[in-house]
Design a protein around this ligand. Sequence first.
Ligand code: NAP
Length: 257
Amino acid sequence: MATLNGTCGLITGVANKRSIAWAIAKALARDGARLALTYQGERLLDNVQELAAELDRPLLLPCDVTSDIQIAEVFQTIEREFGGLDFMLHGTAFAPREELSRPFVETSREGFRVALDVSAYSLIAMSRGAAPLMAARGGGAIVTLTYLGSDRVFPNYNVMGVAKAALEASVRYLADSLGPQNIRVNAISAGPIKTLAASGISGFGGILQVYRDRAPLRRNTELEEVGETGRFLLGPESSGITGEVLMVDSGYHVMGL
Ligand code: NAP
């Protein structure tokens, strides 16, 4: 059932085939959507090019989300090539590695600034760029990726937890800000999945094990499960949902112990 035939979307945060953003991109493409993928720098272009070969006429665009100039260029190109935008997946996050291993109280001013800029502010900047192109289509959908560390303390997640709290609050404020243009903004809070970004968190393997032991489903979250949820939140079936953080974590968040 190709419910997304004729739609166009932008995906940020594909680093390799294990990226959550790639799992969502595949689910959207299977449903008929045409996609633009961004990559942070030449270092990742080969990876993204190889993956993009699986897609139908993808656009590949450089975008470091800390650069307003690059963000503006992305949306100019999308307007020229697609003539509008139906959805956007924001899958970008970063904190300096040393911030994810030392005690939280040692968080540096610069580490805090970088983590919040790349992981939270970028959603606002990207949404501002996407909004006129979505409004031109009569509306759109935006989804970002978050983690329960926004709300609870996980070892070494540190400043990334603070960034995710800011990100989730931004989802709610953006939902209100863009709702009148029929643009929905939601987040998926995924359980831990072994990806490049996750490998920067000290003791990540231990967190995976705790989820396997204690989550109601007694297993870790699969990439495809987040992929399908992304497709749902970015597609027409979720038309009544905005400002929401949807948990896809084998139910771990409901447990008290
Ligand atoms: P990933 O494959 O490493 O994706 C993270 C992406 O962010 C990479 O493509 C990375 O590019 C990009 N990025 C970092 N700094 C950037 C910048 N300045 N400009 C543009 N892009 C930049 O890891 P992932 O786990 O799939 O992460 C995707 C999202 O899911 C993140 O928001 C993450 O916090 C969230 N999440 C992950 C988990 C998990 O357990 N894996 C759970 C819940 C939520 P580079 O590789 O070039 O830095």
